[in-house]
Design a protein around this ligand. Sequence first.
Ligand code: ZN
Length: 481
Amino acid sequence: MAEELGITVKKDEDFSEWYLEVVRKGEFVDQRTPLKGFDVLRPWGYRCWELLQQRIDELFKENGVENTYFPMLIPVSFFEKEAEHFEGFNPELVKVTKAGDKELEEELAIRTTSETIIYHMFSKWIRSYRDLPMKVNQWVNIVRWETKMTKPLVRPREFLWQEGHTAHATKEDALKQVEKIKEIYRKIHEEFLGLPVMILKRTDLDKFAGAEMSLAFDMVMPDGKIVQGATDHLLNQMFPKAFGVQFEDKDGKKKYVWTTSWGLSEREVGCVIMMHGDDEGAVLPPLIAPYQVVIIPIVFENEKEKVLKEARKLEKDIKRLGIRVHLDDRDEYTPGFKFNEWELKGVPLRVEIGPKDIEKNQIVAVKRNDGKKFGIKRNELKELVSILNSIQKELFEAAKKHLKGRINDAKTLEEASKLLKEKGGFVRVNWCGSQKCEEKINEELTAEVRGTLYGKQEKIFGPCIYCGKNAKEVAYVAKAY
Ligand SMILES: [Zn+2]
């Protein structure tokens, strides 16, 4: 039996099932592969990723980052060189031991992240302070054998991402790079994807294996759970020491470099769908939408050719404004069917043109996010640009409002537990900074201390929520995917 068209689940009734339906029926991802967590990004979903990729790649290049490509297979011994890193990633490493029937001489792993192989090469490229900073990035796939439940785009086992790696002469310089990337990621989340983020400094317990400091971009999804978007790390010197990445400084002394690494993945596309979508399907912010405008001709048998001719002209004129536009002139479907289909896929703006509109020398535009209709004069098509701009802003504002209601304060574990249950999102608690208390908080609340707000010393509003001693920081606790 053919699957029912349209979304059959309400977003606020079964969020998880709603998401799966939108992703599948909107043709973003197809999970019907032989392997769990190894999904297909269909053209519609891949195009979203591609648009995001293009924009952020420009920003990286402005920062002097160059694209590279490193091998996908890495000797397991490389991972083992940095004990903490190996321990962190070993459970997710997929290992390759055979070629044909022959055992390989050395056990290999499919990359989960590429610090090790990149530092191996850095040690050959970096000789002097003149070689620094060195900034590379790669757009690749990685495999992490997740044991948790997989989710298309949000937690697959194989996913697309970029990983940036830089080496610097001083820690200060490396930290500046972390800051620079933080700004790029913030901009991309807020201005491009319409996703407000909490930039948190992860605790020592939770930071990246091999990092001195990890910044993470946490987002509160509509069901109150957290998704971690991009991450941005200042690494400790264990890696350069393990791989011998040294340079001769101006003073003639040999020194180890300081490094950073940072990544952002296809998960962002999943977050966009989760955050902005509604009961009809996805709602894409114009900047990431494969088509920003879709034209649907309203045709009647006797005037079909006339309307189609006008629609084609209209498509050309809209394209000239720099808008990604598509004319849906399929003969076999009714306008109503087309409306639903493009709504499901999340196209921000629908334009209708029929015989009456042609007579009046106008078109009708309908916004996906709130259904508002506009009659636009045929010679004032520029209005479409400003409507698209306002959709972009409105989606971000709505998401910001959602986030604001999901950051609450708690002074006791009971309060925190109640807030997590009823409102989800983040609960701010006072914390003494000890790892023991952190572990206890995680355990008692079956949630996680996600970190402290980066770049801001927040005012403490009571003693440590667990031990009752003096608090040093305000920690953000939440339940995550
Ligand atoms: Zn404490």
